[in-house]
Design a protein around this ligand. Structure first.
Ligand code: PMP
Length: 366
């Protein structure tokens, strides 16, 4: 089995599985309990928060959520409530994940001025985001790495430019696809959304980084866990799995670079291949195979036990508009394949994928 759909989700690593099982069996206390079992559970929460902050190279708060969908919703709805008097304008990209996109639509209907910036333009994407910031700008929300094309946004450049123009503007980054996978130099934000299942941790657990001094109001009300900002008994077992996965993720910068250039070079030798990725995280490559629809190629590869994606797994059954934001034509979008690597991906996997694509073209090209 060759799994090349790691932007959709990842195979849980042994360390994460072990940590989940161990905590389910031996550390099932409620972190709010005053006795020893509660304290032991709380220790895990503290330890994993530190692990995540260390990996980000940041200080501040970590809140555990059910995943990045919840982290994104928490910021997009919770920040406007906490900063009611900071303005009514929100600036974002035109290529966000639905968990940012849909809240932005709601906010727009509620009277916020929502401005969406395309990745294509004469000036850089980052400069055009900063240009939009004024005294009325409440928040900027941009993703770090795009899940469909791998496009990297320099959120550090955006953060610095935004704060220069309006120090009160909150900067939120959906950091899901970059975390552990690309170097940190392009990451800076007041809030960062993260998800464990994209880095070989368990599903259903995510985090929200909150810089010191930044505030939000909660989405959920209840028992007052996590400083009254995210009620609900903390799932210590999958949190432990999240921490173990963060610790276990190796530095793959060079490896991804080399796999990506090898695959790109090989695909370039085939006729009718166009690349939809540019300025991209090297663990993701999106390309179109002229004359073969994505689903046809995907299922053909599946017969060889090679698993790829036809774009974004989150938009199954729905056509995502993200590729067209990156200048991809409708027909190229219909034949787009997204390949995403893991630390376990090998050159042999790339070879097998290439042979599969080549044979798929011979068999199906119209
Ligand atoms: N943001 C991005 C960029 C994503 O790729 C995903 C997962 N597809 C999410 C948010 C949502 O994450 P989760 O599955 O943890 O809710």
């Amino acid at each position: 089995m060759i799994y090349l759909d790691n932007s959709a989700t990842t195979k849980p690593c042994k360390e994460a599985i072990r940590a989940v099982a161990e905590n389910m069996e031996h550390n099932f206390g409620n972190a709010s309990s005053l006795h020893k079992m509660g304290i032991n559970a709380e220790l895990v929460l503290k330890d994993v928060k530190k692990t995540i902050l260390d990996k980000l190279g940041l200080t501040g708060e970590i809140f555990f959520t059910s995943g990045a969908t919840e982290s994104n919703n928490t910021v997009l709805f919770g920040v406007p409530k906490a900063y009611k008097h900071n303005g009514k304008k929100i600036v974002s990209s035109s290529f966000e994940h639905p968990s940012v996109d849909m809240p932005l639509k709601e906010l727009s209907e509620a009277g916020y001025e929502v401005v969406r910036i395309s990745p294509l333009g004469e000036k850089s994407f980052e400069e055009r985001i900063i240009d939009e910031v004024d005294g009325n700008t409440l928040m900027v929300s941009v993703m770090w790495v795009n899940n469909e094309t791998g496009y990297i946004t320099d959120t550090a450049k955006i953060y610095n430019g935004v704060k220069r123009k309006n120090p009160k503007t909150i900067v939120h980054v959906d950091g899901v696809q970059g975390f552990c996978k690309i170097p940190l130099k392009t990451l800076k934000a007041d809030f960062i959304s993260l998800s464990a299942h994209k880095i070989h941790g368990p599903k259903g657990i995510g985090a929200l980084y909150c810089a010191k001094g930044s505030r939000f109001l909660p989405l959920l009300y209840g028992g007052g866990q996590q400083k009254n900002l995210r009620s609900g008994t903390e799932p210590v077992d999958i949190i432990a799995g999240f921490g173990a996965a963060v610790k276990a993720y190796p530095d793959c910068t060079a490896r991804y670079e080399s796999l990506n250039s090898r695959l790109s070079e090989k695909l370039s030798t085939l006729e009718g291949i166009t690349f939809n990725s540019f300025n991209n995280a090297k663990n993701i490559l999106n390309f179109s195979v002229r004359g073969v629809r994505s689903e046809i190629m995907l299922h053909f590869l599946e017969e060889r036990e090679i698993y790829v994606s036809s774009g974004s797994a989150c938009s199954k059954g729905k056509k995502s508009g993200v590729l067209s934001e990156f200048g991809v034509s409708d027909s190229d979008a219909d034949s787009a394949i997204r390949v995403s690597f893991s630390p376990e991906t090998t050159e042999e996997d790339i070879e097998a994928l290439f042979e599969g694509i080549k044979d798929g073209i011979i068999r199906f090209r119209r």
